[in-house]
Design a binder for this molecule. Structure first.
Ligand SMILES: C=CC1=C(C)c2cc3[nH]c(cc4nc(cc5[nH]c(cc1n2)c(C)c5CCC(=O)O)C(CCC(=O)O)=C4C)c(C)c3C=C
Ligand SMILES: [Fe+2]
Ligand SMILES: [Fe+2]
Length: 345
């Protein structure tokens, strides 16, 4: 038998690396660097130039985007970000919670010697920076975890696209796995159901209805095959079963519509604003599609929709927090990660 000398595996900088070390990369949407016009404009420009997000012809869309949209929207969105901004850390809640999720998950994997990094599809820290961090730790295989329980091409797929774009620049690529969506994974449904029970328990009088509001999507994308709606239905049906609730007591709605086209219905805001007239004046709202509180939950629901509900005769409006960096959320992330790291640990 002939024994060849096998040279050690190399890091991108040429130094020897560990062999067979996995790393975890949390992927999330992203957020502006600050609430000023220029930062919000830069963020929205990157986000809304993503052809996974706006599928129409860029020849038609870019003039509208660079013209009216990026003139008007950054100011309006900047004011909304201002209302929810974490002024102590000077960052958006989405970024703070994503970092906290990564840090807590890293604690769970110390014994396994698996580092955890995080990156944002739009803005900072970039996905490429997260990849670099893992490579610097000697990882030669990466489990990417897009933090979206329900699949959509506009979120999950574009996060993974960005990961592969970063890998395109490497001579020695790590092996990669991407976490599948987990709309009715038992660990996710348990975390949600527990958070609803815990959130409602201290209320003086129980709400008549718990509205489950998910981020919306153009109806056309679903018609063309995006599995997002099916995933939202899987989540809400599993959650109803776990809580012993029904479509009447736990209805499904869609928020954050953008632009004039038809999006998934029913729309959250008009749905909730019509409730007081029907005698439903005490409600809670949950946003199970969001793994972390952000502008869409804290401001759109917590401020705009709440104010309208109260103005229309509502009496009690409770917005339950997202899973955020709760131990239940980290338990869930750990379970999902261990399941998909199978064979790599
Ligand atoms: C056509 C536009 C948009 C699609 C499609 C879309 C899908 C989509 N988005 C999320 C999750 C989040 N979106 C967030 C903010 C946000 N979303 C859009 C537009 C579309 N989203 C815009 C323009 C913005 C920016 C804020 C604003 O100006 O209103 C956020 C929060 C970011 C933050 O910093 O807090 C999240 C999270 C999902 C899950 C989804 C499709 C299923
Ligand atoms: Fe969005
Ligand atoms: Fe919004």
């Amino acid at each position: 038998m002939v024994f060849h000398h096998i040279p050690p595996r190399k890091r991108p900088d040429g130094t020897a690396a560990f062999e067979g070390r996995p790393g975890i990369l949390l992927l999330n949407l992203g957020t502006p660097d600050d609430t000023g016009y220029r930062s919000v404009r830069r963020y929205l420009s990157e986000f809304l130039s993503d052809r996974r997000v706006i599928e129409g012809s860029p020849v038609l869309w870019q003039p509208i985007l660079q013209g009216v949209v990026l003139t008007v929207r950054p100011g309006k969105s900047g004011k909304a970000y201002e209302r929810i901004w974490d002024k102590t850390r000077n960052e958006s809640p989405l970024r703070g919670y994503t970092r906290a999720q990564a840090e807590s998950l890293a604690q769970r994997f110390i014994q396994d010697d698996v580092p955890v990094a995080w990156g944002m599809r739009y803005g900072k820290p970039s996905v490429a920076a997260g990849v670099r961090e893992l490579l610097e730790h000697g990882c030669d295989r990466i489990l990417a975890m897009p933090l979206y329980p329900q699949y959509s091409a506009t979120t999950t797929a574009t996060a993974n696209d960005q990961l592969f774009r970063a890998l395109m620049r490497l001579r020695n690529q790590p092996a990669v796995r991407t976490l599948p969506p987990f709309p009715d994974h038992p660990a996710y449904i348990k975390a949600l159901a527990d958070s609803v029970r815990d959130g409602l328990a201290p209320l003086a009088s129980p709400p008549q209805m718990v509205v489950a509001s998910f981020h919306g999507l153009p109806q056309e994308y679903v018609d063309k095959g995006d599995s997002y709606l099916a995933d939202c239905i899987r989540t809400v049906e599993a959650l109803r079963a776990a809580l012993g609730m029904t479509a009447e007591t736990l209805p499904l709605t869609f928020q954050s519509r953008f632009g004039p086209t038809k999006w998934l219905e029913p729309y959250t805001a008009p749905f909730i604003e019509a409730l007081p007239e029907k005698g439903v004046k005490n409600i809670a709202v949950i946003t199970p599609g969001f793994m972390a509180d952000c502008i869409e939950t804290l401001d759109e629901i917590g401020n705009e929709v709440r104010d309208e509900f109260m103005a229309k005769g509502g009496e009690a409006f409770t917005l339950l927090p997202c899973l955020n960096d709760s131990p239940a959320c980290v338990d869930m992330l750990e379970q999902l990660a261990r399941q998909d790291l199978s064979g790599w640990l």
